[in-house]
Each structure stands twice: as C-alpha cells, then as structure tokens.
Design a protein. Structure first.
Length: 281
C-alpha cells in the first residue's frame, strides 16, 4: 500500500519497490531515504535492509562516508593511521518534498544535515520502466549542491588511507544467498578483476535474478565501480576513488545510474542488449 511517507514504485501495474522517505533509525546508521524492498517483475527481492553483516546498508540509495568529515554512510569512520573508529560524526539525509510523484517514479528534494547545519541540497529523480516481460529498469539520478558559503569535499576510506575502499555515492545492497553471486562486465569476470575499475556496466547474478548497473552519463562512467560479491553482494559507483571530490559553494555534482532488474541468470549478450535499451530510454 502506498502511503505519503513510503510510495510504491510500479511497472505495468506491478509493485517493484517501496521508497521509505522518513525511516526511524538511530543516528549511528546515518538515517536516509532508501528503496527496499526492490523486486523483479516475478516478485523476487533483490535488496536487503540492515543485514547483520552491515546494519547500515539500507537497500538502494545514496550514501557517502565522508562529507567534510561528516559520515553519511553509517557505522564506523575510517581514520587515517587509526582504522575504523566509532565517532559521533553522523549526518542525516532528510526528505524535504516531492516535486513530482507518479506510480512509476518521483522527483524529490532532500537536505543533507550534520551538526545542525545543511551542507548539501539534493535533487533525486527516480523512474521505473518496463524493458521486457521479465526485466525492468530503475533510472536513478542525484544532484548534490553545496549550499554553504565554504568549499566542501567528498571523501572515502580510500582517500583517507584504506586501499580498495573507495565506496560512497549510489549504492545497492543486494540480496545475500547461500552462494555468492557471479559478477561480470563485457570483458571481465570476478570481483577481483572488476572492483575499482571502470566499465560501462557491471552485472551481478544470483540464483534466480540478475542486476546490471550502468553509468548513464560520461561523468558517471568515469567513476570506478565498488564491487562486493564474496563477503556480501553489493555494487556502488565511487565518487571519490583516488582523491577527494571538491564541491565549491553553489556548485553541483550530478550522477546517473540505470539498473536493469531481471528475472533469471542472464548471459552476457542479453545483458548488453538490455543495458542499451535501458540507457537509451
């Protein structure tokens, strides 16, 4: 059931995702709106919410571990020469309003607040589109504007000294099953070969489902992928991989990721065809 605080996304009349705008979460989890559950057209869930291995993983959304020292990811903060550390530095993304809300998508304004100060204003555009009888696409764009009078920068554990941990940005926590999912791109296979690299798309296949993540703009495609399959299944697009991302006052960072959500374990050629269709719509 759709409610004002948790609209349901629909594709061809079928529910495929619930968007929670005002979650009741402890500050340590960096409260933020998220999509969960997200399902295939056949109804298979392909997200997880607060799993035991990482309780701050919240379905599908935008999470950033370091905005000028404030944690919008949740959990511990990676401190250089010290490691993961519990700090009282968590921010929250607060739903402000919907500019548009339809059964197949919405446009939302959010405020990123830490220590009582609004740092970023976000415009989030989400649309769900049918691709085939067994696949649909989630088109997710976010625009982050520095609303302060000072420069801000976005960082990650990688930019703070932890190699290989450049997470932060769009992030999808996928369904954990008995066996780890397979992960592949157009020319590579396996977490080790893909994590931290650039690719037009990354596919994750579980027992009965396939997720395909594609950068839909030139700027988004320049961001490396953060990929986990063995420890847990999750894919993100990294805003700050090698160095911090500067956001001057009044400037805006925009990224767009289109995710194909399909029933079945799709082969590479079918994945590539669906991605082309999804991104061109």
């Amino acid at each position: 059931m759709t409610t004002p605080d948790s609209p349901v996304l629909r594709v061809a009349g079928r529910p495929v995702g619930r968007y929670v705008t005002r979650p009741e979460l402890p500050a340590r989890l960096s409260p933020r709106p998220y999509l969960h559950p997200v399902t295939t057209l056949a109804g298979t869930a392909v997200t997880e919410l607060s799993p035991a291995d990482h309780i701050h993983h919240l379905g599908v959304g935008v999470a950033v571990p370091d905005v000028e020292g404030h944690n919008f990811w949740g959990g511990r903060t990676y401190v250089r020469d010290q490691g993961p550390t519990e700090l009282d530095n968590h921010g929250a993304q607060r739903h402000n309003s919907f500019q548009l809300r339809d059964p197949d998508g919405f446009v939302e304004e959010l405020r990123w607040i830490a220590s009582g100060i609004e740092l970023l204003r976000e415009r989030r555009t989400v649309a769900a589109t049918e691709l085939t009888g067994a696949a649909w696409a989630l088109d997710f764009t976010f625009s982050l504007t520095n609303v302060t009078s000072d420069p801000l920068s976005i960082g990650s554990p990688a930019t703070n000294g932890r190699p290989g941990a450049a997470y932060g940005g769009f992030f999808w926590r996928a369904r954990k099953e008995q066996d780890a999912p397979d992960v592949f791109t157009v020319d590579r296979e396996g977490e080790d070969a893909i994590h931290g690299t650039r690719a037009d798309w990354v596919a994750l296949t579980g027992a009965t489902w396939t997720l395909v993540f594609a950068g839909a703009t030139d700027q988004t495609r320049r961001d490396p992928w953060f990929v986990r399959a063995g420890e847990y299944p999750g894919v993100g697009s990294s805003l700050a991989s090698q160095e911090r991302l500067a956001v001057p006052p009044g400037e805006t960072v925009v990224r767009r990721i289109v995710t194909v959500v399909a029933d079945g374990r799709l082969p590479r050629l079918e994945v590539a065809a669906l991605v082309r269709k999804a991104v061109s719509q």
